[in-house]
Design a protein around this ligand. Sequence first.
Ligand code: F0G
Length: 463
Amino acid sequence: MRTIIEPFRIKSVEPIAMSSVEQRERWLAEAGYNLFKLPADRVLIDLLTDSGTSAMSAAQWSAVMAGDESYAGARSWFRFEEAVHEVFGFPFVIPTHQGRAAERILFGCTVKPGDVVPNNAHFDTTRANIEYLGGVAVDLPCPAAADPSTDEPFKGDLDIDALAALLEEQGERVPLVMVTVTNNTGGGQPVSMANIRAISELAHRHGKPFYIDACRFAENAWFIKTREPGYADVGVPDIVAEMFGYADGATMSAKKDALVNIGGFLCTRDPSLAEKERNLLILTEGFTTYGGLAGRDLEAIAVGLREVLAEDYLRYRIVSTAYVVDHLHAAGVPVLRPAGGHAVYLDAGRFLPHVPALQYPGQSLSVELYRHAGIRGVEIGTVMAGRDPVSGAERPARLELVRLAIPRRVYTQSHMDYVVEAVVEVFTRRQSLSGYRITAEPPFLRHFSASFEPLEAVLAAPK
Ligand code: F0G
């Protein structure tokens, strides 16, 4: 069959509160035109993030009921630990409440002021945790990542030559080498097995441990299976085992590819590092057999880590993201290509060339998508990255994007058809969209709480 269906049926539903354009215009003004400040029940299709927004399966919900809430050595901990061992193969597993806690503990034990941590592209919290310790987070995306319109299969790859030069020139400052799969900051693009192998060899040649930010590991494995020569007949669990077999450890946000609403973990092969990390864990997260999670959360992760490897699920997941990207591309909408795993990235810079970077085209487009159709995405451009935290100066981001992240197993194809229709409608009258001005902003991470004002009194009225 040509049609790839959602490989599940729905047994529990959550109503979407419908709203009108007039209501949404009022709510936008109340929220200072910042979509983070909207109550979620004023959103029709919420594509703010794929993190913690998955629908759990019946098997996960029944595992939740079997959660053992003992403080130490709970049954649920052993089931969780066994699942992580089985899927990733690392001997030491440290549970955390989410991904950034795993990052904080890893870097807290390895990074000192002046250190340099290379990555294909650091996610915001990864970068912030390194910088908080006085380290420098360096992004080394491959050259193909720079062009949003080409169809290269592994635009998430790390630039091996740049890594070799960095290790050559300032190797003594590098405590570890990282790669993020898939590369969220770079458009959800996958990293090839060949690249993972090459990073591992290079890092080890310089005596450096190699870590994987594993949030979307299963989506990455599916891209390897379907795009990298030699892997078509390899099972997803074996691909995952090979990926992590090259690594010395991993940080994981279970809120993505473990198909749960909260949780994370940190893995290592180094017993003395594991000891240090556990001591830090007890200080701030919790005892070593729960790490800030309830027993029921550990159970749900254990089930989710195995469910996410199912080929029917992964095929549907990756095809449904590509479905939106391909339809938008066919309609002429500038969109990051090829489709990544977890999100659609609209190229707001090319969508609204008449709106200058410092009038925030991504903000304008995301606000208009909400106003027009109740869709909530997130600006990834000058609002998010344009304020230098040290000098305070404002400068345009490299790309002006709007990310529409797709929660796992939550929306159906008709929801996605609605999204495509809304984006195309806004595109046909893009000339009528105005820029924005910031009226109030906090000193850090301004995108979460800044207030805005449209530069024209009437918000994007069709002309
Ligand atoms: N690493 C990557 C690649 C991520 O995408 C995220 C979270 C984290 C680490 C941190 O994990 O949220 O569990 O603490 N990304 C979310 C997003 C928030 O919307 O992309 P966390």
